[in-house]
Write a protein that binds this ligand. Structure first.
Ligand code: G3P
Length: 226
């Protein structure tokens, strides 16, 4: 499993990149708004992320028609070679993805919840598919079970997008809210988990690690005073 950071915060991205385990970044309009992002600076901000991260950086189109999404997608893809255009799962999004993929522009199909949506995304040429986990949990449904269905269904077939030579479509477990979500997503074979920085920090930690470290430090003090 690869880890992407689900944020537009440059400090978080720089910190996570320094840990060596960061394979990419996903952003969305809400995450950009959360850092106080301005429309006029959006492309520059995505460029700054691309300069930090050696991997795919998803930047979302907010257009609602296929022509506008395609235009957005071309502009976003021109920002840097590692930009992936994030497109919502909807009819206009599928049509735009079909066009963008044919031009070699990688698409991350977002707001994906069901198996049929995921298969349609793969058929349209998406390079990445992002099933959302936490938002199912928000409405008292089992997001992990839904993610498992998507992983199983996509892996039943040979979806090779034409944007990247020979590479298979990859599933990004998104809307991840806990380290346990990451565990479950990894066990079911999701290719990537995109996680908020807070979850990434929790993934490193365990009370037994803290307890063990504390004991080692105390014993080392004894060694020094012996
Ligand atoms: O990037 C899309 C997704 O990860 C958003 O997560 O927590 O807003 O449902 P959340």
């Amino acid at each position: 499993m690869k880890f992407f950071l689900d944020t537009a915060d440059l400090n978080e991205i720089e910190e996570a990149a320094s840990w060596g385990a960061l394979a990419g970044v996903t952003t969305n309009p809400s995450l950009y708004a959360r850092i106080g992002g301005k429309l006029s600076d959006f492309h520059n901000h995505i460029k700054r992320i691309c300069d930090i991260v050696d991997g795919p950086v998803s930047a979302e189109s907010v257009a609602m028609t296929r022509d506008e999404i395609v235009r957005d997608g071309r502009e976003l893809a021109a920002i840097a070679p590692n930009v992936v255009v994030k497109v919502p799962t909807m009819v206009e999004g599928l049509a735009a993805t079909h066009t963008l993929a044919a031009e070699g522009i990688p698409v991350n199909m977002t707001l994906c919840f069901t198996v049929p949506q995921a298969i349609l995304a793969a058929r349209s040429g998406a390079r990445y598919i992002s099933p959302f986990v936490g938002r199912f949990d928000d409405i008292s449904e089992d997001g992990i079970e839904q993610l498992g269905n998507v992983v199983a269904a996509i892996n039943n077939y040979d979806f090779t997008p034409n944007t990247v030579n020979g590479e298979q479509v990859e599933i990004i477990a998104a809307s991840i809210r806990s380290a346990n979500h990451v565990t479950q997503a990894a066990l079911m074979g999701a290719d990537i988990a995109t996680v908020p920085f807070g979850v990434l920090k929790k993934m490193v930690a365990h009370p037994l690690t803290d307890r063990g470290l504390d004991a080692f430090m105390k014993d080392w003090e004894k060694v020094q005073n012996a």
